[in-house]
Design a protein around this ligand. Sequence first.
Ligand code: BES
Ligand code: MN
Ligand code: ZN
Length: 501
Amino acid sequence: MEFSIKTGNPEKQRSDCIVVGVFDTRKLSEAAVVLDRAAEGYLTTVLARGDLDGKLGSCLMLHSVPGIASDRVLLVGLGKATEFKEREYRQAVRASFKALSGTSVKSASTYLADLPVKKQDAAWKSAQIAEIGQDVDYRFDVMKGKAAQEEKAKSAKRVAKVAVAFIEKSEGKLAESGLKQGLALAAGVSLTKDLGNLPPNICTPTYLADQAKAMGKQYGLQVEILDRDQIAKLGMGSFLGVAQGSAQPPKLIVLQHKKGKKSQKPVVLVGKGITFDTGGISIKPGAEMDEMKYDMCGAASVLGTFKAIAEMDLPLNVVGVIPTCENMPDGTAIKPGDVLTSMSGQTIEVLNTDAEGRLILCDALTYAERFEPAAVVDIATLTGACVIALGHHASGLFSNNDKLAQELLAAGETAHDRAWHMPLWEDYQPQLDSNFADMANIGGRAGGSITAACFLSRFTKKYEWAHLDIAGTAWKSGKDKGGTGRPVPLLTEFLVKRAAK
Ligand code: BES
Ligand code: MN
Ligand code: ZN
């Protein structure tokens, strides 16, 4: 989908479809009023017939409207309000793109950009239209056979060109800058979805490393890939323990976006990159096990965020650290009862090999110390317990620093990619006591997402740190199975705000 900014009157735009809003069956938006005048009251007449109820997100496609240059007009119901809240506006924009997909419209001019939204300007609205348009348009069919692809390409009912349209010329400049930001974020989100959706026989640790290298080349990032020997030299016994049951070699991916002042301490993003989680010897049940290909979505969100900030050329220093491997059962795999020595020197009794995310993250978090970070944020599909606690709407947020937590929560609100603050109280720590090592890798069923965060907190004492458990938000199950690209919007917003400080 290609986007551009257009200004001028709607009746003069030449495209397959003009998109305008209608507040209820009687009140037209400004652009709709202009169209209605050119069409000598045609829209008012149609609305009076009652086919569109004006409910938020309801849509009605009109053909051959008299007096206008375009073939169609899509009316989008906006509800009763006359000024939108952000959430409602996004809903209307999403509905409009959904209504267009599946039609033969190839080019559209959307005057939804010209609607008033509380406290927001043309830049924000343009960014939203780009992000939501790309989200609705997203497809993942590279793994379908040739015949299916050719068939699809022929009959593909997809909008190719979208003009973000304003009546007033003066809005153009702001809109251009917003569109650029929105497209940068959308590119990051799309990469994160792609990496998640790829099958685990293709998206291996080596594949992720190659993707990072390619991105480094494209954007001039510093990228380093550490192999098994180098990881061993660093003393990452916990990470290597998880990796040892797999035929795929582990990788530690380190990316650096150095666009801030030299003296500026970096933000470090650490992403869990389990490219497939069978559970290991503590093997998972078979149902929906395929979804454990998404267990690298933390890693994918780090790469997606790097793409977004690279596209934006964000003036900030950011480091990405991605421990990546498979968690497999094998004669060489770790067993319940094994004790591993982490890079920090702390020993870990593995009571359940399925609690592997924390085992690879703890070493990556120790590695992060060398960057003298301003803050470290790890992102991980860490616990099923987090899905039970928060469902699929909010990511779980844990932090050893309340200011950092507030900053991330606010970024999530702004980006409409929310997180919820969970406790990290000392009270939970004893659940990790082990009779044989410094700690166990599990803390029992009660508060499972919290004890997982408690485990990580034992490796993050030297800096400000936050942990995002994205087990419930990184992908969707069921008939719409697919990566969501979350929490790239949250992370990107967090970094954009840091760069502006
Ligand atoms: N990758 C899983 C977490 C997960 C499970 C995410 C289901 C999304 C859906 C993680 O490695 C895991 O298996 N965690 C265990 C921990 C337990 C053994 C303490 C879990 O949540 O069951
Ligand atoms: Mn697991
Ligand atoms: Zn896992």
